[in-house]
Design a protein around this ligand. Structure first.
Ligand code: NAD
Ligand code: TYD
Length: 351
């Protein structure tokens, strides 16, 4: 019988890359994508795998305990890769409770369901929690986050992810649930919702709109190509040690303003604009409340234990990302108009 792997949040940015990787690489698995299809969930991200025989989509909310219990009963999952979350820091500042509900309660509901299902036999079972480096707080000019860095979350988003990480480890220590976890730096690539810095900037430059840079643009992020994250998840899911955490990062720190300037240069070239045209759209705006200064990951453990390393240089990855957005204007148009949210009704409910 096929191993049944539940991937939560598979219609989102990173989740869709993980679903694609697993469906294509492991025909011996049945991949079940569970997603509530919030504003961030888009089934148009998965058009290329939607008809594969080893792929199934289930619409549902991870905070709905009765629904989750019924789903676990129905499928008898062998593994869970948990990505479903509210993921945007600015939204968490406006509506923290939504983040507590999905990220903390939703994770606990899934942990409980696994505990119940696997209570008699955890052989070959695994709950993989996908988390963020933002749980470690903010770095100064020096140093890197390691797996031993103390948690120090500053935003409602990172506080909710930190809380969910603690619940995952609590279920490991208390109930011996076979968990593994990773904390990753900022991702970029295709299918990224245009509320985060890179896709928002590409969209605005394309449409000659102002590109908002918070504060002085001096905050630093460590950017990782999304498919390299998906590869790391695959590696850790299959080879990571139970009860361990692995940091994943790009070894690729950029000040926001330098990144935006590079993006403007690439966009000028791709759009045939005179050099310097797009940079005129850069607009410094009010800083984000509690804006973390710097994130940077030490991924030595993942590299030395499991041999993972990033595959793509940032400039190359950024060019590929721009190319994807320029070639997929219909996707962007659906996402920005809200049209993508009708896709589910058309494709699934009428079957
Ligand atoms: P995303 O916002 O693009 O996608 C989240 C997905 O979860 C969406 O498809 C949404 O519909 C779904 N979802 C939200 N609430 C749900 C609920 N209650 N029940 C079921 N599904 C629900 O997020 P992303 O950027 O792809 O991030 C995925 C995971 O990776 C998150 O856990 C995030 O914390 C983590 N992460 C993200 C980054 C990053 O740079 N984006 C970096 C490190 C870790
Ligand atoms: P974001 O993509 O929201 O990711 P995170 O906050 O999780 O790191 O933001 C990346 C960086 O870019 C962060 O320092 C905030 C900044 N930023 C802007 O300057 N302008 C923007 O419009 C956005 C969305 C982010």
């Amino acid at each position: 019988m096929k191993r049944k792997i539940l991937i939560t949040g598979g219609a989102g940015f990173i989740g869709s890359h993980v679903v694609r990787l697993f469906v294509n690489k492991y025909p011996e698995y049945q991949v079940i994508n569970l997603d509530a299809l919030t504003y961030a969930g888009n089934l148009e991200n998965l058009l290329d795998v939607k008809d594969k025989p080893n792929y199934t989509f289930e619409k549902g909310d991870i905070t709905d305990e009765a629904f989750i219990d019924q789903l676990f009963e129905q499928y008898q999952f062998d593994g869970v890769i948990h990505l479903a979350a509210e993921s945007h820091v600015d939204r968490s500042i406006m509506d923290p409770l939504a983040f507590i509900k999905t990220n903390v309660l939703g994770t606990a509901v899934l942990l409980n369901a696994c505990k119940r299902l696997w209570k008699d036999n955890t052989e070959g079972k695994r709950f993989y929690h996908v988390s963020t480096d933002e749980v470690y707080g903010s770095l100064g000019e020096e140093g890197l986050f390691t797996e031993k860095t103390a948690y120090d979350p500053r935003s409602p988003y990172s506080a909710s992810k930190a809380s969910s990480d603690h619940f995952v480890m609590a279920y490991y220590h208390t109930y011996h649930l076979p968990v593994v976890m990773s904390n990753c730096s900022n991702n970029y690539g295709s299918h990224h919702f245009p509320e985060k810095l890179i896709p928002l900037a590409i969209y605005n430059i394309r449409n000659n709109k102002p590109v908002p840079v918070y504060g002085k643009g001096e905050n630093i992020r460590d950017w990782l190509w999304v498919d390299d994250h998906a590869r790391a998840i695959d590696t850790i899911f299959h080879q990571g040690r139970t009860g361990e955490t692995y940091n994943i990062g790009g070894i690729n720190e950029w000040k926001n303003i330098d990144l935006i300037r590079l993006l403007c240069t690439i966009m000028d070239k791709k759009l045939g604009r005179t050099p310097g045209t797009s940079a005129q759209l850069i607009t410094f705006v009010k800083d984000r409340a509690g804006h973390d200064l710097r994130y940077a990951i030490d991924a030595t453990k993942l590299n030395q234990e499991l041999g993972w390393q990033p595959s793509l240089q940032f400039e190359e990855g950024l060019e590929k990302t721009v190319d994807w957005y320029l070639a997929n204007e219909e996707w962007l148009q659906h996402v920005t108009s809200g049209a993508y949210q009708h896709y589910y009704e058309q494709q699934y409910q009428t079957r």
